[in-house]
Write a protein that binds this ligand. Sequence first.
Ligand code: DAH
Length: 384
Amino acid sequence: MSAPNKSYDPVEVEALKPEEIERMRDEAVAAIAAAPDLKTLREVKAAHVGDRSPLALANRELSALPPHARADAGKRVGQARGAVNKALAARQEELEAERDARVLVEEAVDVTLPYDRIPLGARHPLTTLADRITDVFVAMGYEVAEGPEVEAEWYNFDALNIAKDHPARTMQDTFFVDSGRGDGTRLGDGLGPDASGDVVLRTHTSPVQIRSMLDREPPVYVICPGRVYRTDELDATHTPVFHQIELLAVDEGLTMADLKGTLDHMVLSLFGEGLKTRLRPNYFPFTEPSAEMDMECYVCHGASVGDPDNPCRTCSSEGWIELGGCGMVNPRVLAACGIDADRYSGFAFGFGIERLLMFRHNVEDMRDMVEGDVRFTRPFGMEI
Ligand code: DAH
């Protein structure tokens, strides 16, 4: 490096002329004031304060000045740079405050707005109730059995001892399925030992009894939940599509006492201990003897009977709730399935899940169960 030049006149060094330094300062301050955002301000800072900015270069020139001139020029450059840094800090603060205020507004969350996340689905209470009942029997060693919903008449009626001219065929209003083949063959062909019948939407889950007995050697212990169809109009207490659960036990030496004990256990498992069940004589072609099964009202335990001051909505003050039909499997049904009715006996029962859901949960209108409104299903819990 060369020695200081004693004759050097700072006024002659272009970058250090007072008006030049003022111009640099004013330009920098103006650019800083004009920076509309923090990004531009960063660029302005690089241009006017950075190592290669005019004022930094001017500052570098100072070292070449003789000492007497350096103090003066240094003071001017220092003041200019100070003013620029001050303007920069002020604008920085201003822009940061603006940004913070804007972010607060833009990112504000209105916690009162309804959320639009897709709600989690859950199984229908009819399904969970059917599963719960099924589980009671699976725990006792029963097997779950299923059959087709489009069923041959033979399984739905004939094999269950409901002959063609049997009045019981009219007890259940049946949907018949048009085979639509037009070639003389029937959809039901091959579906059962008697292929001459029509095809129906099964009117009950009892045909699964037949399929289970044909598929297995006794002993048979099956529980059969499923969807069934009848030509009913949809109203508060009817629906053309509904669910039943069917039970069948075939073994040596089974009696009505086993049926009663099984029913007692089911009621205990679903509603709690100490509830009585009772059987009332009834008629079904596929059971002999047949009965209607009732359970003691789990709400009033019979206390509402004859007490008009304390009516019970659950049992309509009857003290008993009707569950469904049951009985000892008719030997003719066993025979139709190739089971030796002298050696084996069986019991069966079947009932509607919708009705059970209605009185177990005080559902007053069956239509609520089919309309798919989550406001109905949600109170049952989001069990999956
Ligand atoms: N299948 C009958 C119906 O839908 C209900 C029924 C009654 C089922 C008695 C049975 C039974 O298993 O033993 O009306």
